[in-house]
Design a protein around this ligand. Structure first.
Ligand code: 4G4
Length: 250
């Protein structure tokens, strides 16, 4: 996947490119990642990327010219790399709230340009002329779009084929089938006097699958009941649920 981020703070993205699964995916060439800094496209002596808002008010607004040049440069880079039509995504509190289905949609693209705002935001004419999709990672305000961009890109990169060691671990994630995740345990057998649930040590895979499903269902019911509306249960899961309810009513 071809990715470019337009940002005044490219060094922030070292967190994603230099470590972990995302760093490995980039080093392996599964992801082509680059940053484009609007400041490199300023022509005034002060390299201005922002200015005062028309109409007054606090703070500054990002100037449209350096952003336009940065976007066009990123599009040209994408085209040179063989990705002619790359959508531009803008991270902002005004965007559509990102969730797993949004990630699934975004990770289908061959390439993406992500625009990160600073100050009070960017000149609206850039959004009108160049932004294809506006996304938000949640209803809260941050000092810049860089962290939201990394959150979104991280959730996309881990879903690319063969990026995660066993692909299915991305498949079994929370939210993939709409349920929260089950508890996880590893060594030692007993930690601070608390033992691992016995079923997990039986090697009885069907019982373990049943236990994990029930844990996930019960956790979702307890913590995020509204998520249950969107959940499609398999016949097997329905049977497990019925038998669980029966045994509880005993
Ligand atoms: C500076 N601000 C307020 C701003 C204003 C407009 C656009 C971008 C920004 C950058 N900040 C962001 C970006 C995204 C999110 C989010 N929820 O995805 C939160 N904050």
């Amino acid at each position: 996947m071809w990715l470019a981020v337009i940002t005044l703070f490219p060094d922030m993205f070292d967190a994603m490119t230099e470590s972990g699964i995302t760093g490995r995916a980039i080093k392996r060439g599964q992801v082509q990642f680059s940053c484009v800094n609007p400041r490199d496209f300023t022509i005034d002596n002060y390299h201005r990327v922002d200015d005062r808002p028309f109409g007054g008010g606090p703070g500054m607004v990002m100037l449209p010219e350096p952003l336009e040049k940065a976007i066009l440069h990123a599009k040209a880079k994408a085209a040179d790399a063989g990705y002619p039509e790359v959508p531009v995504v803008y991270m902002s509190p005004q965007g559509k709230t990102l969730n797993e289905s949004g990630v699934k949609q975004l990770v289908q693209y061959d390439g993406l340009i992500v625009l990160c705002g600073r100050y009070e935001g960017i000149d609206e004419r850039i959004i009108e002329q160049y932004v294809d999709q506006e996304w938000s990672i949640g209803d809260y305000v941050l000092t810049g779009g860089e962290l939201p961009a990394m959150v979104m890109l991280d959730s996309m990169i881990r879903r690319l084929p063969d990026v995660m060691t066993d692909n299915q671990s991305a498949e079994q994630d929370s939210f993939v089938d709409g349920l929260l995740d089950c508890p996880h345990y590893t060594k030692p057998d007993v930690f601070n006097g608390i033992a691992v649930p016995a079923v997990l040590k039986t090697g009885h895979h069907l019982n373990i699958e049943k236990w994990r499903f029930l844990q996930r269902y019960q956790r979702t019911q307890a913590r995020r009941p509204e998520l249950l509306e969107g959940v499609q249960l398999t016949r097997q899961q329905k049977k497990w649920l019925m038998s669980e309810k029966k045994s509880e009513s005993l």
